[in-house]
Design a protein around this ligand. Structure first.
Ligand code: ZN
Length: 263
């Protein structure tokens, strides 16, 4: 059975609902989430409730951490969004629901080992490591596509902490880091699919549902199969999310504008 991997929803309810419908239409029944469900976007409560209801588990991203504990190394726009988001959690009048949401944030995992879905053939990979940022610093470290050429030592050090395959989010740029080291965006992979091979090591970024930054504004997620990962893009109502952002003074207008450009 395949597993859908979503990440970096960033409180974009339009994008999340569209992605969940796409996953359901494909008959994929299991979903996991790599974190940053909140932060930046206008629908934090809806997104947390959907992730709580639909995902087998979710990780702690730096924005989830920022809302629950404190925003660390956030730019002013991100910090303002984090405080506004916290206010939305606090304003919930239903005591039990407010407590449940905070409990969900407080119990987010920092790293998980996911057993691979089993297919007709024996799986190439038995289990994969899942973190929001990187295996070295699970919540905060970025693994950028450029690192493959400018910081090969960094990629080598990161892959040294991976047994086989690691899945991440955080940069909002989907693709595959291999041990050469090299980076392959989904568009350079046949059928947007990366096939696992025995003994190799790779870090796979599933991209962002709610704020893609690879200049493709469509929501990004991935589907894990026993022998491969398939990247998926879906169009959603960007204008609706952007107008909600612009109606909230604490959310910088740029947070809406950037969605149209995918950056
Ligand atoms: Zn993020």
């Amino acid at each position: 059975m395949p597993t859908a991997v979503i990440s970096d929803v960033h409180a974009n309810g339009e994008a999340l609902r569209t992605v969940l419908a796409d996953i359901e239409a494909r008959g994929v029944q299991r979903i996991i989430c790599l974190g940053d469900t909140v932060g930046y976007g206008p629908d934090p409560l809806e997104c947390v409730d959907l992730v709580r209801a639909k995902c087998a588990w979710s990780l702690m991203g730096n924005h989830d951490f920022g809302v629950l504990y404190e925003p660390t190394n956030f730019n002013p726009g991100a910090e303002s969004a984090a405080f506004w988001t916290r206010d939305q959690f606090d304003r919930e009048e239903n005591d039990a629901l407010r407590a449940e949401r905070y409990d969900f944030l407080g119990k987010l995992k920092v790293r998980m080992v996911e057993q691979m879905p089993q297919g007709a053939e024996p799986a190439t990979v038995e289990s994969i490591l899942a973190v929001h940022g990187s295996p070295r610093r699970p919540i905060n470290e970025y693994i950028f596509p450029d690192d493959a050429s400018t910081s090969p030592d960094k990629i080598e050090s990161i892959l040294g902490r991976v047994k086989h395959i690691c899945i991440v989010g955080h940069t909002h740029v989907p693709g595959v880091f291999t041990s050469e080291p090299d980076f392959y965006p989904p568009s350079e992979l046949g059928e947007m699919t990366y096939k696992f091979s025995k003994g190799e090591k790779a870090v796979i970024n599933v991209g962002s549902v709610g704020q893609p930054r690879d200049f493709d504004p469509r929501a990004s997620y991935a589907i894990l199969h026993p022998d491969r990962v398939q990247f998926v893009r879906v169009e959603y109502d960007i204008a609706k999310t952007a107008s909600k952002i612009k109606a909230i003074p604490q959310l910088n207008n740029w947070l809406g504008d950037r969605l149209f450009e995918g950056r």
